[in-house]
Design a protein around this ligand. Structure first.
Ligand code: ARG
Length: 600
C-alpha cells in the first residue's frame, strides 16, 4: 500500500525518463496553490537547465504523457514550467478507503529492511531527583521508540540508569556519616543487612547535601572518591549498600515514568557494563589506544590538526586537541562517565548487536558523545555512523534560562506532573467538560489532558530548539496544543457513538466536496509524515501532521453534515471518513506518547 504522493512521483518520474531526463529530478510535492492543484512537480526547470532545453516545452511534453493517467483529473503546465496535478475523485476515494481499513497503521508504510535499534533515553540517576532535562529526554525518546517500532524496526528502549559514578561514592560516605551504614562497612563478604538502611527521602536529602559538601571539603571529597573506586573494584559491603540505593531509586522512578506513559525494555545501568570493563581495557591497551596522560589513562580521539584554542588555569592559551581525549581511567583508578558509555557500547554489541544506537540526551553533552563515538569507532566496537547523538534544546523559564521553580531550584518531575494535573482539572471545569462523569473518570481525563499538554508542547517544537515553559498556553483547548487535539478526537468519538445509536452505518467512501478532498489528501499525507519523522529522527513532523489532520477534520465537519447528510450513501461515506480520521489522529497521538480519553 503506497501513498498517492509516492505513486504520482513514480508516474511523473517515468514520464520524465521517457523524455530522456533523470527520473530523480522529477520530485512531486504538495501544491503551493491547493485551489488549483493537489500536487506539483518543478522538475522541468532543473532538468531543462541540465539539457539546455526550454523548460516550458519539456514540461508540456511530460504533461502530455500524463494526461491519460486515470488517477489524474487534470495535468496543467503553469508559469515557466511547473506541472500542476489534480487527482481524480476516484483515486482519492480509493486511497481514503485503503487508509480507513488499515486499522492501527492508518495508511503508513513500513521500512523496507527492518533494523535492530537501541534507543538510550531518559538517563535518570540514582538518588538525584529527575529534572526537566530528563523530562525532555523521556518525552522525545519515548516518541522515537514508538515511531521506530511502528515502522517495523526491532527496538530496545534503555533507561541507562546513572548508577556507577562519583555520586555513588558520595552517597556511601554520606550514609555512613549518618551512622546508617554500619552493617555494611565491615570488610569481607558479609552477610549484610537485607533491608535498605535508607528511604527515598533519605537519598534525596543526603545527595544534594553531600554534593555541596564535596565542593567545599577536600577531605570529604577524597573519601567519596576512594569509596567510588572501592565500590567499582567490588568491595562486597559497598556493593550490598549500593544495591539498596539502586533498588529504592528505581522503584520510585518507575512510578514517575509510569505516570508519564514512558516505559523501557531495558533498565540497564552504567554499572551493567562493568563485567566487560576488563576486556575493554585490555583491548584498548593491546591496540595502543589507551595512553598515559598525567597519571590518568585516556584515548586520543582528535585527528591530526583538529585543534582548538584553550585557556589554561595560569591564563596562558594553548592549541589543544579537539575534541579532547576521552578520560577512561581517572588518576584515582575510577571508571568515568565516558568509560561506562564506551563499555556499554561493547556490552550492547555482545547482547544485541544493534544496527543503530540513538542517544536522546541534552545538546550540552554533544562533546561527550563525540568523544565516546570516536573512541568506539577506533576500537572497532561500532560501525561508522551507527551511533547518533540526538541532542535537544532546553526547556526555559520566562527569563530565557533553563526552567527553575519560583524558589530557584530545579523543578522535580513529580511536582511538574502534579502541577499540570491541577491545571488540567481547572481548565476542564472552566470549559464545563467532564462535569457529569464520575470522579474516577474525571481524574483519568485530567491526567490524560495534563500529559497531552506537556508532551505535545515539547514535541511540536523541533527537537533541537529550546522553548519556553508556559503551562497556561500548553493547557489551552484552542490552538496548537495537546488538549485541542484530544478534544477533537473526543468530538469524533462522540459523533460515531451518536451515529451508532441512530443505527447509521459506515459505507463506501465517495469523495466529492472540497472539504472531503482536503481530508482525503491529509489522510494520504500521514505515511510520508511518519517516514520523514523517522528519517530525520524528529517527532515534531508527526505533531504537525496531527494538528493539520484535526484542522482538516474540523473544516470537513463544518462543511459536510454527517448525521444529517442528504442521503444514506453520503452519510455512510462521511462516517467512514470520520472513523478513518479518528483512527489516524489517535495513531499519530500514540506515536507521540499521548492517549486519548473516550469522552470529556
Ligand atoms: N545520567 C545522565 C545525566 O543525567 C544521562 C545519561 C545519558 N545517556 C548516556 N548513555 N550517557 O546527565
Amino acid at each position: 500500500m503506497t501513498d498517492l504522493r509516492t505513486v504520482l512521483g513514480e508516474a511523473v518520474g517515468a514520464a520524465f525518463a521517457a523524455e530522456g531526463v533523470d527520473a530523480a529530478l522529477a520530485k512531486v510535492t504538495p501544491s503551493d496553490r491547493p485551489d488549483l492543484a493537489d500536487f506539483q512537480s518543478n522538475g522541468a526547470l532543473a532538468a531543462a537547465r541540465a539539457l539546455k532545453a526550454n523548460p516550458r516545452d519539456l514540461a508540456t511534453r511530460v504533461a502530455e504523457r500524463l494526461t491519460n493517467d486515470p488517477r489524474l483529473s487534470s495535468v496543467e503546465v503553469a508559469g515557466p514550467g511547473f506541472i500542476n496535478l489534480k487527482l481524480a475523485d476516484g483515486a482519492l476515494s480509493a486511497r481514503a478507503a485503503e487508509v480507513a481499513i488499515d486499522a492501527g497503521h492508518a495508511g503508513a508504510a513500513l521500512v523496507a529492511s527492518p533494523r535492530k535499534v537501541v534507543i538510550d533515553f531518559a538517563g535518570p540517576n540514582v538518588a538525584k531527583p529527575m529534572h526537566v532535562g530528563h523530562l525532555r529526554s523521556s518525552i522525545i525518546g519515548e516518541s522515537l521508540k514508538r515511531i521506530f517500532r511502528f515502522r517495523g524496526d526491532t527496538v530496545w528502549g534503555d533507561a541507562h540508569f546513572g548508577d556507577w559514578g562519583f555520586q555513588m561514592g558520595l552517597l556511601i560516605v554520606a550514609v555512613g556519616d549518618e551512622g546508617k551504614a554500619d552493617g555494611f562497612l565491615i570488610e569481607g563478604d558479609g552477610p549484610f543487612p537485607a533491608e535498605s538502611p535508607v528511604t527515598l527521602e533519605d537519598l534525596e536529602r543526603l545527595y544534594p547535601a553531600a554534593a555541596a559538601m564535596a565542593k567545599e571539603d577536600a577531605g570529604f571529597r577524597d573519601r567519596a572518591r576512594k569509596a567510588t573506586a572501592e565500590l567499582q573494584a567490588g568491595r562486597p559491603g559497598y556493593r550490598a549498600l549500593w544495591a539498596h540505593f539502586v533498588a529504592v531509586s528505581r522503584t520510585a522512578l518507575e512510578r514517575e515514568f509510569g505516570a508519564l506513559g514512558v516505559t523501557f525494555d531495558l533498565w540497564n545501568g552504567e554499572s551493567d557494563a562493568d563485567p566487560v570493563m576488563a576486556e575493554m581495557i585490555a583491548h584498548l591497551e593491546a591496540t595502543g589506544l589507551l595512553v598515559e596522560d598525567d597519571g590518568a589513562r585516556v584515548v586520543h580521539v582528535a585527528r591530526p590538526g583538529e585543534t582548538r584554542k584553550r585557556k589554561l588555569a595560569d591564563g596562558s592559551v594553548i592549541e589543544a586537541p579537539s575534541p579532547p581525549p576521552l578520560l577512561v581511567i581517572s588518576s584515582e583508578g575510577s571508571a568515568m562517565y565516558g568509560t561506562t558509555d564506551l563499555a556499554t557500547i561493547l556490552d550492547r554489541r555482545k547482547a544485541i548487536d544493534p544496527d543503530l544506537i540513538l542517544y536522546v540526551v541534552d545538546e550540552r553533552q554533544a562533546e561527550h558523545f563525540e568523544q565516546v563515538f570516536r573512541a568506539a569507532y577506533l576500537a572497532g566496537y561500532a560501525a561508522e555512523g551507527s551511533l547518533d547523538h540526538l541532542g535537544f534544546g532546553t526547556m526555559n523559564g520566562p527569563d530565557g534560562k533553563p526552567f527553575k521553580t519560583r524558589a530557584g531550584g530545579v523543578l522535580k518531575l513529580h511536582d511538574l506532573i502534579t502541577m499540570a494535573v491541577d491545571k488540567a482539572r481547572e481548565r476542564l471545569h472552566e470549559a464545563h467538560l467532564g462535569e457529569d462523569l464520575i470522579e474516577a473518570e474525571f481524574e483519568d481525563i485530567a491526567h490524560k489532558v495534563a500529559v497531552a499538554a506537556l508532551k505535545f508542547a515539547d514535541l511540536s517544537n523541533s527537537r533541537t530548539t529550546s522553548y519556553v515553559f508556559d503551562l497556561d498556553r500548553f493547557m489551552s483547548f484552542e490552538g496548537k496544543t495537546g488538549p485541542y487535539l484530544l478534544y477533537q478526537a473526543v468530538r469524533i468519538k462522540s459523533l460515531l457513538r451518536k451515529a451508532a445509536d441512530q443505527g447509521a452505518t459506515p459505507g463506501p467512501i465517495v469523495i466529492a466536496e472540497p472539504a472531503e478532498r482536503d481530508l482525503a489528501l491529509t489522510l494520504d499525507a500521514f505515511s510520508q509524515a511518519v517516514a520523514e519523522a523517522y528519517d530525520k529522527r524528529m517527532p515534531h513532523v508527526i505533531a504537525e501532521h496531527a494538528y493539520r489532520l484535526a484542522q482538516s477534520f474540523s473544516k470537513f465537519y463544518a462543511a459536510c453534515p454527517v448525521l444529517v447528510a442528504p442521503d444514506a450513501a453520503t452519510r455512510g461515506s462521511r462516517l467512514t471518513l470520520s472513523k478513518a480520521a479518528l483512527d489516524q489522529l489517535e495513531t499519530a497521538l500514540r506515536l507521540l506518547g499521548i492517549d486519548t480519553p473516550e469522552r470529556m
